[in-house]
Design a protein around this ligand. Structure first.
Ligand SMILES: *Cc1c(COP(=O)(O)O)cnc(C)c1O
Length: 241
């Protein structure tokens, strides 16, 4: 008998990984008092070849995330995107905004007032409103982009007034933590911010999406209140840059 080809092997790995992740998401959702379908499951497709992304799409993925504008635009025509949402999740440079507005369903990585203003400007130019999340640097790390926790309230109010933008929630990448309890503190801090902002009923601010949780921590993230997880390597295997 012929050995299964590497591609076929990878296809079947993707399927079983998706199945396993869906089960864990469902379990964590129920444990935290929600339904499995309340959790948005994003496949993070950076560095992944289009044929494998399409296999994930054929296997039921309806939300994908890319980090880089150029990579996203290059891959887009080759993907089976009917009924699939695509979000930008990486740092966005102001000079790339005009290329990405209108090409994605959401920009999750708004990390400055400057980039928000440019997104608004380009959106108005194209006659549309762009959904965004504010990225919060919940661990106050030098190495990360995002608003410092104490600056979120003020920035949010400023950004909410920009025409062409709709704030739909918050996104974060927590610091690397040795203990899950330590990690959950960060998740719980941002969850509390999210609930608090929602209760203020600010015009043009809709706290619908709390985007946190990646391959290594999506279960604790969901248990801490995430409703949108971004998972890459656990679906597609280690990234080769
Ligand atoms: C790469 C990336 C992910 C996915 O990371 P994995 O650990 O492979 O799941 C999630 N969010 C952002 C912003 C990323 O850049």
């Amino acid at each position: 008998m012929m050995e299964k080809s590497l591609i076929e092997q990878k296809y079947s790995d993707i399927e079983s990984n998706l199945k396993h992740i869906r089960e864990e998401i469902a379990e964590a959702a129920v444990k935290s008092g929600r339904k499995p379908e309340d959790i948005d499951f994003m496949a993070v497709t950076k560095t992944v070849d289009e044929m494998y992304i399409n296999h994930a799409l054929d296997s039921g993925i309806t939300l994908i995330g890319e980090n880089k504008v150029q990579e996203l635009l290059r891959k887009k025509p080759n993907l089976k995107l009917d009924g699939v949402r695509k979000n930008l999740i990486g740092h966005l440079q102001t000079n790339k905004v005009s290329q990405i507005v209108g090409e994605v369903d959401m920009i999750e990585s708004v990390d400055s007032l400057k980039v928000a203003k440019e997104i608004g400007k380009q959106s108005v130019k194209k006659g549309l409103v762009t959904d965004v999340l504010l990225e919060v640097n919940i661990g106050r790390e030098e190495s990360k982009t995002g608003f410092m926790p104490e600056a979120v309230d003020e920035s949010l109010c400023e950004i909410a007034q920009i025409e062409g933008i709709r704030i739909c929630g918050l996104m974060t990448i927590p610091p690397i933590c040795e203990k899950t309890t330590e990690l959950c503190k960060f998740f719980e801090n941002i969850y509390n911010m999210y609930v608090d902002i929602d209760s203020k009923k600010i015009d043009n601010v809709y706290m619908k999406t709390l985007s946190m949780g990646m391959s290594s921590d999506y279960v604790p993230a969901i248990l801490s209140g995430s409703n949108h997880v971004r998972i890459g390597s656990k679906i597609f295997g280690p990234r080769i840059y």
